[in-house]
Design a binder for this molecule. Structure first.
Ligand code: NAD
Ligand code: GLY
Length: 372
């Protein structure tokens, strides 16, 4: 059992949502919860929801650290991959909870990347009309984005994250050391979500990223810790003002309208979420430039940063005969669409984002010029 160590010296960001508010701890150390034993919620039983790749790496350590808080700690090990963020996996979690007599005092632990975090959060939101859950994100993407803010979901075959709920965790614990085992491609995918915070909100952060991107790609711990901290600060600030995305929060979806179309169009798991977002940010920036909202230098600067992070700057061709139409079809399913009209997050001058609809013809032009 880990003792309550130096909790005050661990960087902590608060998500100020009154009774739904919670801390995000950014920690380093051998064990997932080093120093944080005191902050996890009490409960009857705990269930660690994870996948077949992460379980052998971190599940035992997490279980050891939390076991004295609960009468029993169970594991649910799901298959790995975006294609399993679906109804069958969700039902597997519900079946397990029911079979093991889990009740309203049960606490779920999401140990993994965004797939596990989104699915576990949704399970927690619905089981017995809502039980507590803790986010223990183990990918960079999950540490800087998906574990914070309470968006939970599974995919529908016709659209990404279509079935879900806003449901906040009780605490988020980001252990930078968990990233040591993360494959390079996954790290780069996470960097896409880090990079997005620059153009939409903080150009000083973008400049810092331009100076630090090589260290980040090499997994330098101090650089990663700062990138996670600044990303979480910005995300917390946005979520505090607009928890359920009635306005401002949509800016966090910069690049995602194109990105989600890429993910769905290629088949979930073919392009990683962050890769779709990376190419999508270039397309959205290009759209902004053609509307006169930013200059060509800004697009080049963003493109160069994305490229240095090891990410794609061009979208894939989804349909050789009617590529732009295929993108439009998929983008009409985006949750930001209204009455079939697609709305994009555009950059309205560096560091400021807006939500706008754009004539289809201009979108098609950009798709044609930005796909290969
Ligand atoms: P992921 O959860 O599939 O994880 C990526 C891969 O890395 C998986 O194979 C996983 O098993 C493996 N992995 C995880 N941690 C590891 C570690 N420490 N060492 C070795 N391997 C490890 O993908 P992701 O990029 O973390 O998340 C993508 C998902 O997040 C998408 O479904 C996306 O829709 C969602 N998302 C949600 C939000 C939100 O606000 N809720 C925001 C962004 C993305
Ligand atoms: N990842 C976008 C959001 O949380 O709103």
């Amino acid at each position: 059992m880990a003792p309550d160590l130096n909790i005050n010296s661990i960087p902590c960001i608060s998500v100020g949502l009154k009774d739904r508010g919670y801390p995000i701890y950014i920690t380093q150390g051998f064990s997932i919860f080093e120093g944080l034993f005191g902050v996890v919620p009490f409960g009857g039983s705990a269930v660690v929801v994870t996948n077949s790749k992460i379980s052998p790496l971190y599940a035992a350590a997490l279980r050891d650290e939390i076991s004295s808080r609960y009468s029993a700690v169970f594991d649910i090990v799901l298959p790995d991959g975006e294609s399993y963020k679906n109804w069958e996996s969700l039902n597997e979690v519900f079946d397990f909870l029911i079979q093991n007599h889990c009740d309203r005092s049960t606490v779920l632990y999401a140990l993994g990347g965004g797939v596990i975090g989104d699915l576990t959060g949704f399970a927690a939101s619905a089981y017995m009309r809502g039980i507590a859950f803790v986010q223990v994100p183990t990918t960079l993407l999950a540490q800087v984005d998906s574990s914070v803010g309470g968006k939970t979901a599974i995919n529908h075959p016709k659209g990404k994250n279509m079935i879900g709920a806003f449901y906040q965790p009780k605490v988020v614990v980001c252990n930078v050391d968990a990233l040591k085992t993360l494959p390079e491609r996954e790290l780069s995918a996470g960097l896409a979500e880090v990079i997005k915070y620059g153009p939409i909100f903080d150009m000083n952060f973008m400049s810092w990223l331009e100076g630090s991107i090589d260290l980040l790609v090499k997994k330098d711990s101090a650089s990663l810790a700062y990138a996670i901290q600044r990303s979480c600060e910005i995300k917390a600030h946005v979520v505090e003002q607009d928890e359920k995305e009635s306005g401002l929060r949509a800016i966090l979806n910069f690049g995602h309208t194109f990105g989600h179309a890429i993910e769905a169009g290629m088949g979930y798991g073919t392009w990683l979420h962050g890769e779709g977002v990376a190419a999508g940010m270039v397309m959205a920036a290009e759209l902004s430039a053609r509307l006169g909202m930013v200059d060509a230098n800004f697009v080049q600067r963003l493109k160069a940063l994305i490229q240095r992070a090891g990410l794609p700057v061009q979208g894939p061709v989804l349909d050789a005969a009617r590529n732009a139409e295929r993108y439009l079809e998929l983008m009409r399913l985006d949750k930001k669409s209204e009455g079939g009209e697609i709305r994009f997050i555009l950059i309205d001058g560096p560091g400021k984002a807006v939500l706008r609809s754009v004539p289809d013809e201009l979108v098609k032009e950009v798709i044609n010029d930005c796909c290969a």
